[in-house]
Each structure stands twice: as structure tokens, then as C-alpha cells.
Design a protein around this ligand. Structure first.
Ligand code: CTP
Length: 146
């Protein structure tokens, strides 16, 4: 009998793609057969962080697509409500760095434990890579330009 391929959903902005993103996506590929990255739109990032990402959605898509651990890139057009994007991808797992965890992350995705139960989705957390982030890279750049 053919085994069903498992899917993992990884949501985020992935601006200035960096090693922390790579480590997360490498883990994703170990967890499931198919790695789906759902990117935040520029409008959502602007609304949420008060600033546009440095790289546009099209630029972020191109880079994330080129990552060897990524199979599918989708766009989370729902913004604060990730349900439509999660449901059309029907993942077995949702993976996130542990900078966001538990109820706070579920609230951020606009999902509940009941939603996870109904759709048989498991949350998985990976240790956030401390030494690097998009914000840290922007700080480095600022210092370089001084
Ligand atoms: N991530 C991670 N380690 C990092 C940075 C990000 O594991 N050093 C994970 C996040 O936990 C999330 C995904 O990568 O699951 C996408 O995160 P994103 O917000 O795009 O990256 P950051 O670099 O944290 O961005 P910012 O500094 O703007 O918050």
C-alpha cells in the first residue's frame, strides 16, 4: 500500500532570508515529506509591524522557492486569519520557531485547539535561532552604513 505523503505548514514573512530561516526549514523537511511555506503579504506586514518588508512579496517568494528544503510557496492572503491558507494546504503539522508558542501563536494564526483537533493538525516548535533575525540584520546594516 502506498504511504500518504505528510505535509508541514510554515508561516512567516521570511524577509532578508537568513540562517535562522534555513535551520527552521531544514527541520521542516525532516518532519514531513512536503514543506509548504505560507508568506505574509506586504500589506499585512505593513499593518502588523508598521513597516513594509525590505523585500517585496515577489522577491521573498523567489528566494524561499529556491530553498532546497521548500516544496511549495503559498501566500497567506488572509493576513491575521491563516485559516483559509491552512485549510487549502491541509497540513499534518504546523511548524514555528519557539519565539511564538501555545495560545499566543494560535491567536496570532486565528486558530483554536478545536480547529487543530478537527483537522488533525499538530503544532511543532523548533528552537528559535538566537543570534540572527531579520531585525538583527537590519541593525547590522545600519551600523555598516554609519
Ligand atoms: N525563525 C527562527 N529563527 C530565527 C528567525 C526566525 O526559527 N532566528 C523562525 C520564526 O520563528 C518563524 C519563521 O522563522 O517560524 C519566520 O520568521 P520571520 O518572522 O520571517 O523571521 P525573523 O527573522 O524573526 O523576523 P523579525 O526579526 O522581523 O521578527
Amino acid at each position: 500500500m502506498k504511504k500518504k505523503l505528510t505535509k508541514v505548514y510554515v508561516g512567516g514573512t521570511f524577509d532578508l532570508f537568513h540562517e535562522g530561516h534555513v535551520r527552521l526549514l531544514r527541520r521542516a523537511k525532516k518532519i514531513a515529506d512536503i514543506v509548504i511555506v505560507a508568506l505574509n503579504t506586504d500589506a499585512f506586514v505593513l499593518h502588523y509591524k508598521g513597516k513594509l518588508p525590505v523585500m517585496s512579496l515577489a522577491e521573498r517568494m523567489a528566494v524561499v522557492k529556491a530553498c532546497r528544503y521548500v516544496d511549495i510557496v503559498d501566500v497567506n492572503e488572509g493576513g491575521a486569519d491563516s485559516k483559509p491558507c491552512i485549510l487549502r494546504n491541509m497540513p499534518d503539522f504546523i511548524l514555528h520557531g519557539d519565539d511564538w508558542k501555545g495560545d499566543a501563536l494560535l491567536r496570532q494564526l486565528s486558530i483554536s485547539t478545536q480547529f487543530l483537533k478537527t483537522h488533525r493538525i499538530r503544532m511543532v516548535y523548533v528552537r528559535y535561532t538566537k543570534r540572527i533575525s531579520t531585525t538583527a540584520l537590519k541593525e547590522r546594516l545600519k551600523k555598516q552604513l554609519l
